[in-house]
Design a protein around this ligand. Structure first.
Ligand code: NAD
Length: 543
């Protein structure tokens, strides 16, 4: 087929309400029941073949950790090597598949994510990652579909962008995929990131080894089945379960390692980068390293900010999904004139937030992902409580008996350099620093310097000068700055996601930039009437 084909203009997938008694709530509840009634074996998928063997690990529901939902095999070096070999074998044909055919697969995958797979995606994300109906819907259904649809549209723009040619020349830009294979390593906290990180390089013609988080295995299995049903050929994305350290050690040591698409903690990304550097002499090409990592996201409040909007933003962005969004608010800077009222209101509201089973319509806060996360929060609460500079306002306890439950917690601190304003804890902990209203000029540099991260940031003010000043002083303190909105909730096609400093390489998931990282352009210049005389007019030809 020949033609300058056009893909549909994408739109953000609307979310369903999940109001009690709604058909979608009933349907997802039935899925949950079904999934809970069995222990699923979640296999590796290499070259389209499923395998399960060797050492295994249980997959449990964080909010009911005695309940085993499935088991994953832990890949040894031979499994990882077979996934790499499958990727390399698939590369030749996939790299030559017309881009619009690759696009059609991901467009179909988007329809499946919003259609026949939707409720299973939502239910597995609720159970395996402890998200509420609403949080699962916006992640596992809407954002998965958005990534597929918008990426296809962005790919079309990239391929359409061609060099100009003067008469007598014909210039082409060949947007080649990378030589070798891409390793995608994904985190537990978003099913959509799990779907997106292997898919983006694959859409651009690369073949991939995908190592999902052990703690998102249930939903990753659904994503893989969905991609296969959408028509993804065997070997293009090879799913390998297991320890990230072990899988990465094998993958990164191969001469054909062409790139890493990573989202997770800063510490793991740094370790991976160092391993890549150690292997640099053995690679065929310089690998592309893309990493979206940790955050310590601030809400900065000016005295002119809207009170109700600030309170709503703080409650939602600090405690939704238990503070386990990379963009979650975990520090706030509040003027003295607003603080007493805001403190009392927030404490009262937080006390009413129900922590518990995510399938209950009353639950706002589920469980943190595992025991290590719960102990990390417990340790942070203890460290903060031991300091004179900190005052516990609400929460501060953990309840590990049935699920990994951590109370939504707020500390107030008088120390602008406190560890609670600097470190990422990845749980429901907000620390507030109160400043004197007249010290706005001084508080902005404190926000900038307190933490090594630069992911998201919110500024609340109605005073335009204050907004402009914050945008200027905090220019490098985040990759996404929200004015009068919470720091969570990036949407494909509107706000692309990524951060600088210790928060990552800022390649902006959901933008042309992030797709471009998986391409290695080749210019082809064809001269239609080549020169046939080696001399130039300026030369004296009389000698
Ligand atoms: P994590 O770093 O523990 O794990 C991420 C992935 O890396 C998992 O697949 C894991 O198995 C693997 N891994 C773990 N240790 C490894 C090692 N030594 N070598 C290679 N791979 C290894 O992160 P997580 O707990 O899954 O997710 C939470 C973190 O992710 C937080 O720091 C959060 O801020 C970050 N995050 C960032 C973004 C963003 O866009 N910036 C988005 C989501 C999550």
């Amino acid at each position: 087929m020949t033609g300058n084909f056009r893909v549909p203009r994408p739109h953000n997938e609307p979310e369903r309400s999940f109001a009690p008694g709604s058909p979608e709530a009933d349907s997802v509840r039935a899925q949950i029941k079904h999934i809970e009634s069995q222990v699923r074996d979640l296999p590796h998928v290499v070259d389209g073949a499923r395998s399960f063997g060797g050492q295994t690990m249980n997959v449990v529901a964080p909010h009911k950790h005695a309940q085993v939902l499935g088991r994953i095999p832990m890949a040894d070096a031979s499994v990882t090597k077979s996934a790499i070999d499958a990727s390399l074998r698939a590369h030749h044909d996939w790299a030559r598949t017309p881009w619009w055919e690759r696009a059609a697969i991901f467009l179909r995958a988007a329809e499946l994510a919003c259609g026949s797979y939707r409720d299973e995606l939502v239910a597995t994300t609720m159970l395996g990652q402890s998200k509420t109906f609403h949080q699962s819907e916006i992640d596992a259904a809407c954002e998965v579909a958005d990534f597929f649809r918008f990426n296809v549209f962005l790919a079309q723009e990239i391929y359409a962008d061609q060099p100009s040619s003067l008469q007598g020349n014909f210039n082409l830009l060949d947007q080649r995929p990378l030589e070798g294979f891409v390793l995608a390593v994904t985190p537990f906290n978003f099913t959509a990131i799990g779907a997106n990180l292997p898919s983006t390089p694959a859409l651009m013609g690369n073949t991939v080894v995908w190592k999902p988080s052990e703690k998102a295995a249930l939903s990753s299995d659904v994503v893989m089945r969905l991609l296969e049903e959408a028509g993804l050929p065997p070997g293009v994305i090879n799913l390998v379960h297991g320890s990230g350290k072990d899988v990465a050690a094998t993958a990164v040591a191969q001469p054909e390692f062409a790139g890493l698409n990573f989202t997770g903690s800063t510490q793991v990304f740094r370790a991976l980068w160092k391993t890549v550097a150690d292997n640099l002499d053995s690679y065929r090409s310089f690998p592309r390293l893309v990493g979206e990592t940790g955050g310590k996201n601030a809400v900065v409040v000016h005295p002119s900010g809207n009170y109700d909007a600030i309170k709503t933003a703080l409650i939602r962005s600090s405690f939704e999904y238990q503070g386990q969004k990379c963009s979650a608010a975990s520090r706030a800077y509040v003027p003295r004139s607003m603080w007493n009222r805001l403190r009392d209101d927030m404490v009262e509201t937080v006390r009413t937030l129900k922590v518990g089973d995510v399938a209950s319509h009353e639950t706002f806060v589920g469980a943190v992902i595992d025991e290590a996360a719960l102990r990390r929060m417990e340790n942070a609460f203890q460290r903060a409580s031991d300091l004179d500079s900190h005052r516990l306002l609400v929460g501060g306890s953990v309840h590990p008996e049935e699920g990994w439950f951590v109370e939504p917690t707020i500390f107030e601190t008088t120390d602008p350099h406190a560890f609670t304003l600097a470190e990422e804890f990845f749980g429901p902990l907000l620390t507030v620093f109160v400043y004197e209203d007249e010290s706005w000029d001084e508080v902005l540099p404190l926000v900038d310097e307190a933490s090594p991260y630069a992911l998201t940031l919110s500024v609340f003010a109605s005073d335009r000068q204050a907004i402009a000043q914050a945008l200027d002083v905090l220019r490098n303190a985040s990759g996404m700055t929200y004015v009068n909105d919470k720091p969570t909730g990036a949407l494909m096609g509107q706000v692309s996601f990524g951060g600088g400093r210790a928060s990552g390489t800022n390649d902006k998931t959901g933008s042309r930039l992030s797709l471009q990282r998986w391409l290695s352009g080749r210019f082809v210049k064809e001269t239609l009437s080549p020169a046939t005389d080696w001399t130039y007019p300026y030369l004296d030809r009389s000698f």
